[in-house]
Design a binder for this molecule. Structure first.
Ligand code: SF4
Ligand code: SF4
Length: 385
């Protein structure tokens, strides 16, 4: 379907690699159907909320690629505005820690191209009375220094949420060290997803862009494998953008709890076909993308407590240790919001299943990838259907 600029809800363009020439052209093409950056006015300061989840090299495909951020910063600067790139990765939210992440993720490259890397590490409390679940929270206040937010996320599989893309990226506004607390506050997948939607509603990014040139598949969001997708996508709606991204890698709203929650709130249509996309992407759908999502709707929709408990047992993914890869560093123990992990005498992590809330913080932050996502055989079969 050919759509004019005002109709386009999600724009999509090919981008084969991260070479400067391809990226700059692709980013121009991408934003054109959404009206470009016409809304950016001289003197504005734009916060670019990247995904800098951990100190990982760009080629690991866990973080937003610095070359893309460079190109975006150039576009913002051409409008007479300035850009600040930031995120609060898992761990301490201090100058020393975050600057180490900037170093490791290649953000200094963007700095050379004129971006400012956020150096405001203060936090603030917010009240959000209209929220569904997140009536009060603490956030990284660098976002208040800016006039608008661009959410520049990475397309990845995610142990807990099925997929990490635009909506989930906004969880990065919660200071790193406090993230486990929010998992503990919202241990139920539905509530956690509603919390993510509330964050998106509160901060309302002016624009969301997904780096899907290379995505991550398998043991995401940090220890999966790079997978070439060859696309950049953008939208004003994080949820419609995620719906289309999911469709490309074989996930529907039933597989991604934030999409299920967004649908319940009327923020997305039933399926990606009803989203007005700038051009057809059927040729880009990846049938064998290694996903780790379960059909969350089967776990949480209209079930009695007993049935829920049964379904949770046979369907719900859980963290599982590959002992030979565990070095006993204790990071998982320190991150675990439920205090379900101990390090035993053999210097291996042990999970107390009765305490585990399946938040997958241990899997996300295990530096060796020893903590995996275990999907039950039933879940594996059903998720294919
Ligand atoms: S973080 Fe990973 S390597 Fe470290 S103790 Fe936990 S499972 Fe083992
Ligand atoms: S063991 Fe892992 S998945 Fe379970 S509560 Fe702790 S951090 Fe979360």
């Amino acid at each position: 379907m050919n759509l004019n600029d005002t109709q386009t809800e999600v724009s999509l363009t090919e981008c084969p690699d991260y070479s400067r020439v391809n990226i700059e052209q692709a980013l121009q093409n991408l934003l054109e159907p959404l009206g470009g950056l016409e809304w950016v006015k001289p003197g504005m300061k734009i916060a670019v909320k990247a995904n800098l989840v951990s100190c990982m090299k760009p080629e690991d495909c866990a973080t937003t690629h610095p070359a893309l951020l460079c190109a975006l910063v150039k576009m913002i600067k051409s409008k007479g505005a300035s850009a600040v790139i930031g995120d609060s990765p898992g761990g301490l939210y201090t100058s020393q820690y975050v600057n180490r992440i900037y170093e490791g993720t290649g953000m200094r490259l963007a700095e050379k191209d004129g971006a400012v890397l956020n150096q405001n590490f203060e936090v603030k409390n917010a009240e959000f009375l209209e929220a569904k679940v997140l009536k009060s929270f603490t956030y990284t206040s660098w976002l208040d220094d800016c006039d608008a937010i661009i959410n520049f996320c990475k397309l990845k599989t995610h142990g807990m949420m099925g997929m990490s893309a635009a909506a989930k990226n906004m969880f990065g506004v919660i200071p790193g060290i406090m993230k486990p607390e929010y998992h503990y506050r919202f241990p139920n997948l539905n509530d956690f997803s509603d919390m993510i939607i509330d964050l998106n509603e509160y901060f309302k990014p002016a624009l969301c862009i997904t780096d899907a040139v290379f995505g991550m598949e398998g043991n995401g969001p940090t220890k999966g494998s790079p997978r070439h997708v060859g696309l950049l996508l953008a939208s004003r709606s994080p949820h419609k953008l995620d719906l289309v991204c999911g469709d490309i890698i074989g996930l529907s709203k039933e597989n991604v709890p934030t999409l299920t929650a967004a649908f319940r709130r009327g923020l997305i249509p039933e399926d990606a076909e009803k989203v007005k996309v700038s051009k057809s992407y059927s040729g880009y759908k990846i049938k064998d993308y290694n996903n780790i999502a379960v059909k969350s709707s089967m776990l949480f929709d209209n079930n009695s407590k007993l049935r829920k408990a049964f379904l949770k047992g046979v369907l719900s993914s859980r963290p599982k240790l590959k002992k030979s890869e565990c070095v006993g560093c204790g990071k998982c123990k320190n991150m675990c919001p439920a205090k379900a992990i101990t390090i035993n005498g053999k210097k291996k992590a042990e999970i107390d299943r009765s305490l585990c809330i399946r938040c997958f913080c241990c899997q996300e932050f295990c530096p060796t990838g020893a903590m995996k996502v275990y999907r039950t055989p039933v879940a594996r079969i059903l998720s294919k259907n």
